[in-house]
Design a protein around this ligand. Structure first.
Ligand code: UD1
Length: 422
């Protein structure tokens, strides 16, 4: 087991380069299963979840070559097994999205029901409803979902009951090889969906409308090879911006697209940050000031991302004033609250556990705390930055799933942080 040790009290100051988006890269890897020729994906972040996805593709017999700069070449046609095992799928929900591409390209596939962060029940009913509408026969047995089709899938009109990022991506990918036209309505609009559509279109798919609520896919009979560069990670980028704001500090993030983080940037300005934006950089300066508390309600893109909720809460813990944080996307996504309270944060949760009221205190105190999920764990790191004394964040394998070289990046920003094994 490993833990991070952070000495709080300093101000963040410096520059860093944004990594490629984990949530995009994972779906591009699944989408690569649709192609008949090798595809090359660059700007892939070096993360535990990416390694898991590579292992998963490898277990299917897919040839994956990774170079030292994390350029990944995937050759789907070497596939010789169509079952994604529980051991790999359980740690990462995104791996469920290999089911549709296997089905569309090879006529069948079997995937264990997914796991991932422990944030609510996270069912896959919308994915399965859509695969059925495209003509798949779905069976569930012993925790595995198997999907098959005789001949090709058939285009269909599918209306999602609510916004689902993974569901939108899964059906959009699968429909690329269906016969005829598929219309997906009430779609999620996250930038990673647009990235995936651009990748697939580069391989010969005919997708329009990605990034809006209606996506139209004209099915094609095959996808060829191609190349793609992953967009920057707006959640990683947002996390470091919030960290800098919490410490009253300064940061410049290169390779970050401000347009992907509008909701957050607006809140950071409200918190007192001065921002300088270019097409591919974000500069934030608090000029040494304590942030003002900001209220947020998480919502599907372009609303405030649920994946930055825990981090903004950590900032609010030491901000001037009080703020309300409402979580609308996931149940059970306040697991960081008891841990933040161990550091003397003043937070109260309503009976339904969907809204938190945070009263800013002057200073948090360092304490041993436990990471519970990916984003919750990094909020504890942010809290550690603004706490007196030492904070020990345990179970940091959660952070390693989604943050590339977290301690190196923070060290470069002037933070006293180290990793320890025990
Ligand atoms: C993706 C992101 C995750 C982010 C989330 C919301 C990846 C790898 N993960 O997760 O970081 O927090 O979007 O922005 O891209 N739901 C159902 N049935 C379904 C599908 C979803 O009930 O079939 C529910 C979920 O339980 C959740 C909500 O819908 O409450 C949104 O989930 P979804 O948008 O699908 O999130 P993910 O794609 O899993």
């Amino acid at each position: 087991m490993e833990q991070l040790r952070i000495r709080g009290g300093g101000r963040i100051s410096g520059e860093l380069k944004a990594s490629g988006a984990k949530n995009s890269a994972l779906k591009l890897f699944a989408g690569a299963l649709l192609a008949n020729e090798p595809v090359t994906i660059s700007n892939v972040p070096h993360l535990r979840d990416i390694t898991t996805m590579i292992e998963l593709l490898g277990s299917l017999g897919v040839e994956v070559v990774v170079d030292e700069r994390m350029k990944v070449e995937i050759h789907a046609n070497t596939i010789n097994c169509f079952k994604a095992p529980y051991d790999l799928v359980k740690t990462m929900r995104a791996s469920f999205n290999v089911l549709g591409p296997m089905l569309a390209h090879y006529g069948h596939g079997e995937v264990s029901l997914p796991g991932g962060c422990a944030i609510g029940s996270r069912p896959v009913d919308q994915h399965l409803k859509g695969l059925k509408a495209l003509g798949a026969k779905i069976d569930m047995q012993h925790g595995y979902v198997s999907a098959s089709v005789k001949g090709r899938l058939k285009g269909a009109h599918i209306v999602f009951d609510f916004n689902t990022v993974g569901g939108t991506e899964h059906l959009m990918m699968t429909a690329t090889l269906a016969e005829g036209t598929t219309v997906l309505a009430n779609c999620a609009q996250e930038p990673e969906i647009v990235d995936l559509a651009e990748f697939l279109n580069g391989l010969g798919a005919k997708i329009s409308g990605a990034g809006t609520s209606t996506i139209v896919i004209e099915g094609v009979s095959e996808l060829t090879g191609g190349q793609h560069t992953v967009i920057s990670d707006r959640i990683e980028c947002g996390t470091y911006l919030i960290a800098a704001a919490a410490t009253g500090g300064y940061i410049k993030i290169n390779g970050a697209q401000p347009s992907l983080n509008s909701a957050l940037l607006q809140k950071l300005e409200e918190a007192g940050a001065e921002l300088k934006l270019t097409d591919d950089s974000i500069e934030l300066d608090m000029h040494g000031a304590r942030p003002k508390a900001v209220s947020i309600i998480t919502a599907p893109y372009p609303g405030f991302p649920t994946d930055l909720q825990a981090q903004i809460m950590a900032m609010n813990c030491i901000a001037e004033g009080s703020a309300m944080i409402q979580e609308t996307i996931f149940e059970n996504r306040f697991m960081h609250v008891p841990e933040l309270k161990r550091m003397d944060a003043d937070i109260s949760l309503d009976g339904n556990q969907t809204t938190a009221v945070v009263k800013g205190v002057n200073r948090l105190v360092g304490a041993p705390v436990m990471a519970t999920d990916l984003r919750a764990s990094v909020s504890l790191v942010i809290a550690g930055l603004v706490a007196d004394g030492e904070t020990l964040v345990d179970r940091i394998y959660h952070i390693d799933r989604g943050y590339q070289q977290v301690e190196e990046k923070l060290k470069n920003l002037g933070v006293e942080i180290s990793r320890h094994s025990y």
